[in-house]
Design a protein around this ligand. Structure first.
Ligand code: ASP
Length: 583
């Protein structure tokens, strides 16, 4: 038997017992007469003692062990004279009377400690060593717990977990498909699912009533920071539901996770329309841990011969509380921040409403103190506050203002890690105009139904139709999104035609779904949560990569197994493929 205990479970009450444990050598300290080894496994660390006065040979052998050697040791659990209250096993040690070397280890390329000296690339290349580190291991354990809670919750609510296929035909979610050639069907390609959307709808037609799945999805997108080409969703669908039923069910799910994982009882999630979110926060996923709403001061600033503001489509202001004493340097930093291409503003105007009620601004040349007082009252700034103003084209400025607001939130410590502010964003537009393609795109996806009260606009004013869609946002992150679906063939066909599909294209791509709608499709709707993101949220990290056992890097590569990689000419020939490029 390799072991009868783990490295994490022995306590003072076990003193006097004989045990056998296995693990990796974390650290060795040679103190002359005694040698100490910290032995580590998934469950913890236990201190081993080898005594020169006792078994000299054993002690000499132990001193030859290197970091990350794997051993099995037997000995007696004894009370430590020098207790370590920081370790769970810190009251005991094992007086070793026998050990077996199970495997040696090369010197690891980075230290296996909570704070490692290895850079990201190196750690990814040796991910199996990285996972031996506590924080990475804990992240995977957390992910497991959340998965279990998820399954427990949905099972208790009568949801059935159904696996949907991975080799499918394109399901549009707004990204490119990964495609897989078929040897048996030369010239034919599967697509990997961007989501199981059409399948879960078919399961509703099939009468499964409540479905969920922890499922891998694949999206070939230009990789922005913290996107993974493959990621996991908690994918759900329900029949005979309206939006209200969905919001209630999934609010309960999220509350259950918070209670189980964080011991936090969340109150009812506020709801906000897309329009309100864009108006007040410049963003459809507002971080509600703090206020600092956008103020539209466009009408106040015109006609003072200041070209920049006179010509601006919109002028937006936020109030940074207590920041009137910001220095030149701090203001310059903010100006640099808004001018970064990612933020996209061309400059920033500020108004300092000083504590002594004097007013100083970067536009004093054009605006009198009285003019600026109007800005102050419109933004409800108080003495001691700083008003930050951006001006320009509406879409761009809202986005830039939203970034500036978040930056100020960071600077002022308003985005606290242990505060959670969930909300539902509802009433999204159904369609969004794509200037490049010169046609509408579905804002959520093409299976989303219009709000019942807007359906009549489909023929006359499609751009104004709101969708029966909803997103769950927590602390400025989109955690989930879904919609009530179309379940009527004609309406679905109409939407496809608004999206620029010919009848024939719609038929060849989605005929299977529209046909199914003709066999008694029930009203239905659902939602999907980004599981990796949910784990990162509970783990308190910004990066989903930390919660994925074997993630890809920023270029979509797995540097450990070195994928993607070229394939042999024979493989290509078999698939009837020829390549222009050599990697
Ligand atoms: N399939 C959607 C998505 O992946 C979610 C949904 O509408 O249920 O975003």
């Amino acid at each position: 038997m390799y072991r009868n205990k783990t490295c994490g479970e022995l306590r003072l009450i076990d003193a006097g017992t004989d045990v056998t444990i296995c693990g990796w050598v974390q650290r060795m300290r040679d103190m002359g007469g005694m040698t100490f080894i910290d032995l580590r496994d998934r469950y913890g660390i236990t201190q081993l003692v080898f005594n020169m006065d006792g078994n000299q040979l054993l002690c000499t052998e132990a001193r030859k062990l290197g970091r990350e050697f794997v051993i099995s040791v037997s000995g007696k659990v004894t009370e430590r004279s020098n207790k370590n209250p920081k370790m769970e096993t810190g009251e005991i040690e094992i007086l070793v009377d026998q050990f077996t070397l199970l495997n040696a280890s090369k010197v690891p390329p980075f230290t296996i400690e909570d704070e490692s000296d290895g850079g990201e690339d190196l750690r990814m290349k040796f991910r199996y060593l990285d996972i031996r580190r506590n924080p990475v291991k804990e992240a995977l354990v957390l992910r497991h717990r959340i998965a279990q809670e998820t399954r427990k919750f949905f099972d208790a609510q009568g949801f059935i977990e159904v696996e949907t296929p991975v080799l499918i035909k394109s399901t549009p979610e707004g990204a490119r498909d990964f495609i897989v050639p078929s040897r048996m069907n030369p010239g034919g390609f599967y697509a990997l699912p961007q989501s199981p959307q059409t399948f879960k709808q078919l399961l509703m037609v099939a009468g499964m009533d409540r479905y969920f799945q922890l499922v891998k999805c694949f999206r070939d997108e230009d990789l922005r920071a913290d996107r993974q080409p493959e990621f996991t969703q908690v994918d759900c669908e329900m029949a005979f539901v309206e939006r209200e039923d969905i919001l209630q069910m999934f609010e309960k799910y999220i509350k259950t996770l918070f209670e189980a994982e964080k011991k936090i009882l969340l109150s009812a999630f506020p709801r906000m329309s897309f329009e309100e979110a864009m108006r007040d926060y410049g963003n459809d996923k507002p971080d509600l841990r703090f206020g600092m709403k956008l103020n539209d001061i466009t009408s106040l600033v015109k006609g003072k011969n200041f070209k920049v503001l006179d010509e601006a489509e919109t002028v937006q202001a936020i109030v940074a509380e207590g920041c009137s004493a910001y220095t030149r340097r701090q203001l310059d930093e903010l100006t640099e921040f808004v001018k970064r291409p990612q933020t996209g503003a061309s400059g920033m105007i500020y108004v300092k409403y000083n504590t002594d009620e004097t007013i100083r601004s970067s536009v004093d040349k054009f605006y009198s103190t009285d003019d600026l007082k109007h800005w102050i009252s419109a933004t409800k700034a108080k003495a001691g506050d700083l008003i930050l103003v951006l001006a320009g084209a509406s879409g761009k400025i809202r986005k830039a203002m939203s970034e500036l607001r978040l930056e100020m939130g960071n600077r002022l410590g308003l985005r606290k890690k242990d505060v959670f502010s969930p909300l539902w964003v509802i009433d999204f537009p159904l369609l969004e105009w794509d200037d490049e393609l010169k046609r509408y795109q579905a804002m959520h996806h093409p299976f989303t139904s219009p709000l019942p009260e807007d359906t009549h606009l489909m023929d006359t004013d499609a751009g104004r139709v709101r969708a029966n869609a909803y997103d769950l946002v927590i602390n400025g992150q989109e955690i989930g999104g879904g919609s009530i679906r179309i379940h009527d063939r004609n309406l679905q066909q109409k939407l496809f035609s608004l999206l620029g599909f010919t009848q024939q294209q719609a038929e060849s791509q989605f005929g299977f779904l529209m046909n199914a709608f003709e066999y008694g499709a029930p009203p239905h709707g659902g939602i999907a949560f980004g599981f990796d993101r949910l784990c990162a949220l509970f783990g308190g990290s910004d990066s989903i990569r930390d919660y994925i056992a074997f993630p890809k890097n920023n270029s979509g590569r797995d540097v450990m197994i070195d994928a993607p990689a070229p394939v042999s000419k024979e493989q290509l020939d078999e698939l009837g493929l020829e390549f222009k490029y050599q990697l």
